[in-house]
Design a protein around this ligand. Structure first.
Ligand code: SAM
Length: 331
């Protein structure tokens, strides 16, 4: 039985934040002194597996592990290995993850062995100094080792870069040439007003409509219908031979085709990244060994999926549109 929301959208894509913790502190994502959830509040890997399995039985075809940083969750490969049985059975079409790449050199080969074919790696700059500045705690060399290891293991990589005014706008052509030269797609993302951070989001926000216009002075950007199941719209760039994606939650709303819901590591289901409404799945999960209660709670939540988000970044709106940080629900 497919999950269909009140606007007729079929939900086939689940993103699971397996931990809210991260080994980076990207300035647009988190405060430096973030308070993380006590470990005892986390669902166990077995509970996460059970929840994911119920979603797969209810029609989820694509599952993305995210965070926080998914690869810092203890024994995460146990969960990946368990979930890969749904690839083997054909119930799941794709198992993937979004990572900052810091731990990839350790896990790339095993991910590939578990049937993961493509991953997203977040990388905002190729300059080691600037990388350290934006991530606060990150080391570009480690991420590069991770990317090398992933490509060696045969994983396809899509790079994600958050476009930040006065930080990486001018560097995007170089990032594009580098990514495309190594056979990776690059997707640019607009920064979203999620959670309190030290910086002013109006200073960080770079509309992709502006960035696209400046890229068009250097490259031919031809729209193509290519889709990966997410919200990016793609162009082909003949000069580099690669694909460039745009994720534009601020300047262009893409909610009419939303096929996603997001589960946190405490079993809270968010039906929209940009809204506060959520459903607790931990209580029904723990209330019985059978899945009837869980099934009903998921149906009820899907029935409340909102039409879309309404993010605002401007000088008059000092509060974030949603109070939780991106690290709670992941990308
Ligand atoms: N740690 C993993 C990583 O770095 O990819 C997964 C989680 S991270 C929260 C997922 C993605 O969200 C990253 O690409 C990150 O750059 C992006 N991100 C974080 N905060 C954001 C914000 N406020 N607006 C837009 N993207 C954001």
């Amino acid at each position: 039985m497919d999950m269909i929301d009140p606007f007729g959208r079929t939900i086939s894509y689940l993103r699971v934040s397996v931990t809210d913790r991260c080994d980076f502190r990207c300035t647009y994502c988190m405060a430096e002194d973030m308070t993380f959830l006590p470990k005892k509040d986390l669902l166990s890997l077995e509970e996460l597996d059970r929840l994911c399995t119920v979603f797969i039985e209810k029609g989820v075809k694509k599952l993305r592990l995210t965070g926080g940083e998914p690869l810092v969750r203890k024994n995460i490969m146990h969960l990946v290995r368990q979930l890969s049985r749904h690839l083997d059975s054909g119930a799941l079409e794709e198992l993937t993850l979004t990572t900052n790449g810091s731990q990839l050199s350790r896990f790339a080969a095993e991910l590939a062995d578990c049937g993961v074919k493509r991953i997203n790696v977040s990388l905002d700059t190729l300059d080691a100094e600037k990388f350290h500045q934006i991530t606060r705690w990150g080391n570009l060399g480690k991420v590069m080792e991770g990317i090398d290891a992933a490509q060696k293991a045969g994983l396809k990589i899509k790079l994600n870069a958050v476009a930040l005014r006065d930080f990486n706008g001018a560097e995007i052509p170089e990032l594009m040439r580098w990514a495309h030269g190594r056979g990776m797609d690059l997707t640019l993302i607009e920064t979203m007003p999620m959670g309190e951070i030290e910086a002013d989001r109006t200073d960080q926000y770079l509309p992709l409509s502006l960035l696209r216009a400046s890229l068009e002075r250097l490259f031919t950007l031809s729209d193509i219908p290519y889709k990966t199941g997410g919200p990016a719209r793609y162009v082909h760039v003949p000069e580099t031979g690669g694909r460039l994606g745009f994720i534009t939650p601020m300047t262009h709303n893409f909610c009419e085709s939303c096929n996603r819901v997001r589960l946190t590591c405490t079993g809270t289901l968010y039906m929209c990244l940009g809204q506060e409404d959520a459903a607790d799945l931990r209580a029904p999960l723990r209330a019985s060994e059978g899945n009837e209660l869980l099934d009903a709670a998921i149906d009820e939540a899907i029935g409340r999926k909102p039409k879309g988000h309404d993010f605002i970044i401007d000088r008059r709106t000092s509060r974030p549109s949603v109070s939780r940080h991106m690290s709670v629900t992941g990308g």
